[in-house]
Design a protein around this ligand. Structure first.
Ligand SMILES: [Zn+2]
Length: 577
């Protein structure tokens, strides 16, 4: 597609510009017009590919027109969050454009031929046995364009679905790594009977249900989970005063927001997302609840995630509602919360999503406590940096500042819920969609295989009506939605895969996944093991998470681990169905 578009533009330009008079002045104009138009086109193409590569690294999916429209008005803010000054970005862009422009000014003497010098231009000579064919450069370009178009016509069915241009223009995420492909290919109606289940609305004991998710928050970095950095003063104080219950070993469903949030709301592991399933708001709707979504981040333009949340949402706002505001600013979410007046606070489910910890989240100055910190874009240039070197430390400082801000947001949310009379009998669950790499395995950001940094998330429960949940050695994001239904005495859809946190369970394994990897974490003979497998290949990993080497040593090939491997592989195969 790239070559074809270049070829077509080039062929048109050559044809049009050669119509100009061949006098000196006309030739100069033609030269500049050619270098400017063709250079600009090349520059835009390069920028597009750079954004596409950036997209696959940062959000595991392509760059699309939807995202372009969502962020173009917020470019200065986006750049400042990424740690790049607007002037620097502008200067860099101009420099790139100027370089391309100058290259084409130089090349124009070979490409752009006027009638005057067309005969004098050096031809490209090809020799086939005894015959010699002489081709002018301009003829070569035309022939190449025709060849490219012919090649395109013959093969486009094979590669078009994966072509970055085609994906961007059609906003087609179906081949992305965000969820099983079946989810994108089959649309289902949340009103249809296929998701209906036994309803016992008359036995419901309504109380406010609040879900707070913090994007890209890994548990081990939080003060409340034992990190020596005191970045969660509010949550830690709740835990100290026994108002908060903490689950230690909790795994996310996958490693990006899309499947993480959707799986959480539908209590589905990765594989189950292939089939229709009710979300928590569908399940609560038939129990006479109203649902409010207040989501930091742009869930509308990010792979159309909003569409997958279903129809049963009574009030919805996400970062895309006001294009004059930066979509990833949690202070906006707080404003929405302040303005909202739930008609029946007792029968309200509220889902609040925060972006303070996420690399694209807006960090406010008052929370920039740990210095020096480096904004996330720098890490893109830091391949090879480790958690302990200078950049790794600065990156972690930035992350800790984000956690401090998120903790303050949760404090403000609790205060606002109290003001609205919604806190006293509420069930509040605080968790995350996935974790974040902070230099482990030379990785930053999230996505990719579900290693511990990106798959271990917090799970904190504020439940004044039930202050003692049973211990659970291993929990999952899928347990959150059933916990809310259990708390009000509602029936749990049989298709859901989680187990309410209020009940004891004998479950000893949970599923984890990413775009190309399936996995299982299991307790076997008192030890925690992790199994990972590439879906399209036979590559397998087995890690003993209780050993000091943990995920740095693959024990899948060790003879004495054969039984463990067999057991966990069987569990993993079953979960993939
Ligand atoms: Zn996320």
């Amino acid at each position: 597609m790239h070559l074809i578009s270049l070829g077509i533009i080039l062929a048109i330009l050559i044809s049009v510009l050669q119509l100009f008079p061949s006098k000196n002045k006309g030739r100069q104009y033609s030269k500049f017009a050619f270098a400017f138009i063709f250079g600009a086109f090349n520059f835009l193409l390069l920028a597009f590919y750079a954004l596409t590569i950036y997209g696959y690294f940062h959000w595991s999916a392509a760059f699309t027109l939807d995202l372009f429209n969502a962020y173009i008005t917020q470019l200065p803010k986006l750049l400042s969050v990424a740690g790049v000054s607007f002037i620097f970005a502008l200067a860099l862009a101009l420099l790139c454009f100027l370089s391309i422009f100058l290259i084409y000014i130089y090349l124009s003497r070979y490409i752009l031929l006027t009638n005057e010098n067309i005969e004098n231009t050096r031809a490209i000579k090809l020799r086939f046995r005894t015959a010699e064919i002489s081709l002018k450069p301009v003829t070569c370009i035309r022939l190449m364009t025709i060849a490219c178009i012919a090649l395109y016509a013959l093969t486009y069915r094979l590669w078009l679905p994966r072509e970055p241009f085609a994906i961007a223009i059609t906003n087609n995420w179906s081949l992305s790594n965000l969820a099983p492909i079946e989810l994108f290919l089959t649309k289902f109606d949340t009103h249809k009977s296929e998701i209906k289940f036994n309803v016992n609305a008359s036995n419901i004991k309504p109380r406010p249900l609040i879900l707070i998710t913090i994007d890209a928050l890994r548990s081990d970095e939080m003060g409340v989970y034992g990190n020596s950095v005191n970045n969660t003063p509010f949550l830690s104080s709740l835990l100290r005063t026994h108002q908060l219950q903490k689950f230690d070993v909790v795994h996310s469903i996958c490693t990006v927001s899309f499947c993480g949030l959707l799986g959480l709301l539908r209590s589905n592991y990765w594989s189950a997302l292939k089939k229709p399933s009710p979300t928590i708001s569908d399940a609560l709707k038939i129990n006479d609840y109203q649902t409010i979504f207040l989501l930091g981040g742009d869930h509308t333009n990010f792979a159309g995630l909003k569409n997958f949340y279903g129809n049963n949402i009574d009030f919805y706002k996400d970062g895309s509602v006001d294009s004059s505001n930066y979509p990833n600013d949690d202070f906006e979410v707080l404003k929405w919360l302040r303005d909202i007046d739930p008609k029946a606070p007792k029968s309200t489910f509220m889902f609040i999503h925060l972006m303070s910890v996420h690399e694209a989240g807006l960090h406010h100055e008052e929370f920039q406590k740990w210095q020096p910190f480096v904004a996330p874009i720098a890490s893109a240039l830091l391949a090879g940096s480790t958690p302990s070197n200078e950049y790794g430390v600065a990156y972690r400082n930035n992350y800790n500042n984000g956690i401090l801000q998120a903790d303050a947001m949760v404090r403000k949310i609790f205060k606002e819920l109290k003001n609205k009379g919604m806190l006293d009998n509420a069930l509040v669950i605080i968790s995350a969609d996935h974790g974040e790499y902070l230099g482990e395995f030379n990785r930053f950001h999230h996505g990719q295989e579900p290693y511990e940094p990106v798959s271990r998330i917090p799970l904190l429960v504020y439940d004044p009506l039930n202050p003692k949940y049973p211990d659970r050695k291993m929990a999952s994001q899928v347990d959150i939605a059933p916990t809310f239904l259990y708390a009000i005495g509602a029936n749990i859809p049989p298709i859901w895969q989680g187990v309410p946190l209020q009940v004891k369970t004998s479950r000893s394994s949970v599923s984890i996944a990413s775009g190309d990897t399936s996995g299982t974490v299991a307790l076997i003979e008192g030890r925690r093991y992790k199994f990972l497998k590439k879906r399209d290949a036979n590559t397998e990993w087995l890690f003993d998470l209780n050993s000091p080497e943990a995920e740095t040593r693959n024990i899948a090939t060790l003879v004495d681990q054969k039984d463990i491997l067999l057991k966990i592989r069987t569990l993993n195969n079953a979960s993939e169905k």
